[in-house]
Design a binder for this molecule. Sequence first.
Ligand code: HEM
Ligand code: HEM
Length: 182
Amino acid sequence: MVTTKRLSKITIVLHWFIAFSIIGLLALGWYMTNFELYQYYQIHKSLGVILVAFVLIRVVWRIKKGWPEHASNYPKHEVVLASATHWVLIVSTVLMPIFGMLYSGGSGHGFGIFGLEIFPSNHSLEDPSVVVPLSEFWSDFGHIAHEYNGYILMAAIALHVVGAFKHHIIDKDTTLSRMLGK
Ligand code: HEM
Ligand code: HEM
């Protein structure tokens, strides 16, 4: 269905807040892991856990309101590609923090929000400076899934942004401008 309606303020605010938070966390995650900057791990985990609340509000909002109707008449393959990308984006933003928490919880490092412990770290009784994994299976699964889901997210975001600019520059429709609140 095609519509000339504006998008609601809630859709717009949630979209941009989550979009920039996800891009920021992808960049921080990649940077801190590749350069072994362990001092950033707690910040990354805290921001990721806080983001869960907003991601869940967005999922509830989408379930209540459905997906935005298309701004223009697109060929079938474009509609399918755009919908598939939106599904991948929304599902992977839910899965990403879950995998991160599985990894941090399972590895015994725990996680929380800026010092407020949610899942405690697990230390050896003989030597408290040593962290003992709670579950090698969930730690390894969470670790691999967190990394590969990150690649899926990056690819989906790239496709999504190319699509948004294609609508704006080539189709000259209101897809991007209405997401900017115009
Ligand atoms: C939507 C939110 C999140 C995004 C987009 C995100 C993204 C990333 C990315 C791209 C990496 C680098 C992966 C790699 O190269 O191995 C990473 C690493 C990491 N993330 Fe997240 N993350 C999120 C939430 C979380 C949460 C909630 C936790 C835990 C509570 C977490 C814990 C970690 C840890 C411990 C690492 C380091 C992995 C390593 O040392 O190999 N992340 N994250
Ligand atoms: C920063 C670059 C981005 C631009 C320019 C952009 C642009 C847009 C536009 C124009 C729409 C409306 C599409 C339509 O009407 O059919 C949209 C929707 C959407 N975008 Fe983005 N987006 C960006 C980043 C992201 C990121 C990083 C995510 C997810 C992590 C994301 C997830 C979504 C989802 C799930 C929708 C469907 C509608 C909704 O739930 O709000 N976007 N985006």
